[in-house]
Design a protein around this ligand. Structure first.
Ligand code: DGY
Length: 326
């Protein structure tokens, strides 16, 4: 019997390709060519499954051109590259890769909080530029993380991981805002207090964004929200580009409306707003919050598990639109 055909749209671990090849007739992109949407659509024609990352847009147009497609398995917890309604309407299952990246991503969120508060990259650039001639009492003086108020916008699994690190590791006062309030046991485990978005903005010393992107979270943080923050506050975005209005943030940083920002994700990435590249008080990283080798391998294997689970065994692990299975 012939094997189902799948496309792996981006380069991934060779052992995952090898694993997939045991079950599927695999086309891959190990050269990691940057395909346009039209090229991706061409490659997807005739495939039953796709291994995608957050960069491949799967929408009604793509789906209409690929009627044989049955599943797109994202190697990412985020899935704003999927038009899930269109996928459901077309009977195409979407899956994501939750849980396996939670602790790694929470670690990175904390790394960015620390680097931003303590001006790590700004001071390193100064040193590398040969500008460091002597010690001085206020040179690159930043703000404390321990004992400060940590605000978390979006309190899913990763937000909770960051809360636990802040409360238990750094003695922080943790407040959060979320679409829905957590149950009392989870709040107690995270030592986190639910507040309104307004109180979160006004009270946080370090505000971290961990909410999913959707049309309703587009520019959840813009000029009006930044204006409510303390002038000493820092803002960290490890969620998705587009949740922050990057142009407004760059201006606010230049005008010192807030002290600093740490950004791992950007509107229209991999392009970065040019003004963010010229303000000194921002730490910029290229969407690497989940990037440790063990975690990225676990994410790739979970995407593979979903493809095998669905196309071979009829039971995907982490379906996003289970209506398709009914
Ligand atoms: C995710 O998993 O959504 C990350 O942003 C991709 O690395």
């Amino acid at each position: 019997m012939s094997k189902p055909k799948i496309l792996v749209a981006r380069a991934t671990f060779p052992e995952v390709i090898e694993r997939l090849s045991r079950h599927f007739d695999v086309s891959h992109n190990q050269a990691d060519e940057a395909w346009t949407k039209a090229q991706l659509t061409e490659k997807l024609k005739g495939q039953q499954g796709a291994f995608t990352t957050g960069g491949e847009r799967i929408d009604a147009e793509v789906l209409a051109a690929c009627p044989g497609l049955k599943i797109c398995a994202n190697m990412a917890v985020g899935f704003n590259n999927f038009d899930l309604d269109a996928m459901t309407a077309a009977g195409v299952l979407g899956t994501n890769a939750p849980d396996v990246l939670t602790e790694t991503t929470a670690d990175f969120g904390f790394a960015l909080i620390m680097a931003t508060a303590r001006r790590v990259t700004e001071s390193e650039h100064y040193l590398r530029a040969g500008k460091w001639t002597r010690w001085s009492y206020d040179m690159f003086a930043g703000s404390d993380v321990h004992g400060a108020t940590l605000g978390i916008l979006g309190m899913g699994r990763i937000g909770q991981g960051i809360a636990r690190r802040g409360a238990h590791g750094f003695g922080m006062n943790v407040i959060y805002h979320n679409r829905s309030r957590l149950d009392a046991a989870t709040e107690a485990a995270c030592k986190a207090r639910y507040v309104s978005k307004e109180e979160l903005l006004k009270t946080a010393d370090h505000l971290i964004l961990v909410l999913p992107y959707s049309p309703s979270s587009h520019h959840a943080i813009g000029a009006a929200e930044i204006a409510q923050m303390k002038p000493t506050a820092t803002l960290i975005n490890i969620a998705r580009g587009g949740i922050v209005d990057d142009a407004a943030l760059a201006l606010a940083l230049r005008e010192r409306k807030i002290a600093a920002a740490g950004l791992d994700v950007f509107e229209g990435e991999p392009k970065v707003h040019p003004d963010l590249l010229t303000v000194p008080n921002v730490v910029l990283t290229p969407h690497i919050a989940s990037a440790t080798l063990p975690t990225r391998l676990a994410m790739a294997n979970l995407a593979a598990d979903n493809l095998i689970g669905f196309l071979v065994d009829g039971k995907p692990l982490t379906p996003l639109n289970p209506a398709v299975l009914a």
